[in-house]
Design a protein around this ligand. Structure first.
Ligand SMILES: Cc1cc2nc3c(=O)[nH]c(=O)nc-3n(C[C@H](O)[C@H](O)[C@H](O)COP(=O)(O)OP(=O)(O)OC[C@H]3O[C@@H](n4cnc5c(N)ncnc54)[C@H](O)[C@@H]3O)c2cc1C
Length: 238
């Protein structure tokens, strides 16, 4: 796959900075910087469409990358799980986290092996997390996580009891040092390859949500609520 060479025919446009998450030294996209975005709207749209994040952190000099679901409220993400989770313990103890959320939008088939690529929208977010101890905020964070899976789901299920609540560690992750990167469009081939016989173009890729399958132990007569029955992923009509 092409290592994202900068192409003369691609416009230099840089990232928007107003009202965004201004690039820091480490969030500044170096390769193909015209694909970088630093505006909050783009970053939040990619996060909201994501189902889970890959969360990177280092413990005892070793890197780990662990997938985790999340929820967003305003300019923070919430992670939750067992207090025994290495990732959550590390985050609670101040170890810096690096979260990535990626949407694969297409396989980009160029006329050369070198320029074969992918279309995508991705976010990289660096943060130190803060444990959420305030009971009201913790409950709201858990609601954010559940409603991120399917909007409105929280109000249709039993909330956490005291033991479940106590046994759940919630981390708050500020969305303040982040970058987005977006590639769209056809392959970017070398001029000298344009007479090639190789087919070139894009195979679109989508995450597909199917019809809800009832739990085999579901009591008879219970139908999914419309927000579940019609759910086909973030942004889809319910
Ligand atoms: C699904 C997918 C597949 C990819 N495959 C390849 C591949 O095979 N080869 C390749 O060279 N590149 C690939 N990329 C692009 C890759 O993610 C990097 O953008 C690229 O390696 C350039 O990194 P860099 O050295 O410029 O930046 P780095 O020095 O690695 O990063 C600097 C900063 O830029 C930001 N940044 C870098 N990449 C991204 C990103 N994708 N999204 C948001 N912020 C980012 C981060 O804040 C990072 O800290 C792929 C991207 C995606 C989403």
């Amino acid at each position: 796959m092409a290592a994202e060479p900068e192409r003369a025919r691609e416009a230099e446009c840089g990232g928007e900075r107003d009202g965004g998450v201004a690039p820091s030294e480490r969030t500044r996209v170096r390769r193909a910087p015209q694909r970088a975005r630093y505006d909050r709207e783009t970053v939040e749209a990619i996060l909201d469409e994501g189902v889970f994040a890959h969360v990177g952190f280092a413990v005892e000099g070793r890197p780990f990358v662990i997938p985790m679901v999340y929820g967003r409220r305003g300019d923070v993400l919430y992670l939750h799980g067992s207090p025994a989770s290495r990732l959550l313990r590390a985050g609670r103890d101040g170890v810096e986290l690096c979260l990535t959320v990626t949407h694969l939008d297409g396989i980009v088939l160029a006329r050369s092996a070198f320029h074969t690529s992918v279309n995508y929208r991705s976010v990289v977010l660096f943060a130190r997390a803060v444990p959420v101890d305030d009971a009201a905020e913790k409950l709201e964070a858990l609601r954010a996580v559940v409603d991120h899976a399917v909007p409105g789901r929280w109000s249709g299920v039993r909330g956490p009891d005291e033991t479940e609540f106590r046994r759940t560690l919630v981390l708050k992750v500020p969305i303040s040092e982040a970058s987005a990167k977006v590639r769209t469009g056809p392959p970017v081939d070398d001029e000298s390859d344009m007479t090639s016989d190789a087919w070139a173009g894009v195979i679109p890729v989508q995450l597909a949500y199917g019809e809800p399958l009832p739990d085999p132990q579901l009591r008879a007569g219970i139908e999914p609520t419309p927000d579940v029955a019609g759910y086909r992923g973030p942004g889809s009509p319910a």
